[in-house]
Design a protein around this ligand. Structure first.
Ligand code: PGA
Length: 249
């Protein structure tokens, strides 16, 4: 039985009222929840947020990392540096990184491998844009993104990974995929994982839906058999984030 995961992606934002008090409030309100809650925060907030939630079950994550251990990569943060802070998760290949920072499937794969070598759990983002959906290539594209992301990843690591299906047209637009659309693609992702590895891996890997998830639509999305929770952007900066975590009983 997969435990649902609701990961907040603050992006380059701090909740009003401040990171520490917001995180502490989420921690208090979600303690003992059926779903796991995670907060993926800007690098600079990681230590204080970890400290704020240390007596609670909330996990903390980063939003990106570099695939090299160290070197002349001005402005970048390595997996080793992240691991040293104590974060559990790192978002890899978010569509905003693909779109604005030239992230490629090959880089995503290198980052996934490196995250595992430092015992971080990657939340690997995949998803189609509107043109691709209209061209009818969603399943093909997402299969390709998953296949490349998992090149060289061991069976043991793959089973621990998290994949987030995020249709680009649904991110920050208020246009959520229907639960049927989310289920269809999450199911296709589980199928490709089963082809790459085996049924056991495909049944233990967690597949999230992301794109305009809020307290009003989360319960239905998360009730789909292949949707194991959500990656939440805008609503993760609001008090409703705890309601989204708590919507699964
Ligand atoms: P959104 O963002 O919930 O604001 O649509 C989701 C994401 O980018 O992960």
């Amino acid at each position: 039985m997969r435990r649902k995961l609701v990961a907040g992606n603050w992006k380059m934002n701090i909740p009003s009222g401040g990171a520490v008090s917001f995180a502490a409030d989420v921690a208090r309100r979600t303690n003992g929840a059926a779903s796991e809650a995670a907060l993926c925060v800007p690098f600079t907030e990681i230590p204080s947020v970890l400290q704020a939630v240390k007596d609670f079950e909330v996990s903390v994550g980063a939003q990106n990392m570099h695939f090299e251990d160290s070197g002349a990569f001005t402005g970048e943060i390595s997996a080793a540096m992240l691991a040293e802070t104590g974060v559990k998760y790192v978002i890899i290949g978010h569509s905003e990184r693909r779109q604005f920072f030239a992230e490629t499937d090959e880089n995503v794969n290198k980052k996934v491998l490196k995250s595992f070598s430092h015992k971080l759990t990657p939340i690997i983002c995949v998803g189609e844009n509107l043109t691709q959906r209209e061209q009818g290539v969603t399943a093909d594209l997402v299969r390709l993104q998953v296949k490349i992301a998992f090149q060289g990843v061991s069976v043991g690591d793959a089973a621990k990974a998290v994949i987030a299906y995020e249709p680009v047209w649904a991110i920050g637009t208020g246009k959520t995929a229907t639960s049927a659309q989310a289920q269809e693609v999450c199911k296709a992702i589980r199928q490709v994982v089963s082809e790459i590895y085996d049924k056991a891996v495909s049944e233990s890997i967690r597949i999230l839906y992301g794109g305009s998830v809020n307290a009003g639509n989360a319960a239905e999305l998360f009730s789909m058999p292949d949707v194991d929770g959500g990656l939440v952007g805008g609503a993760s900066l609001k008090a409703e984030f705890a309601d989204i975590v708590n919507c699964v009983k």
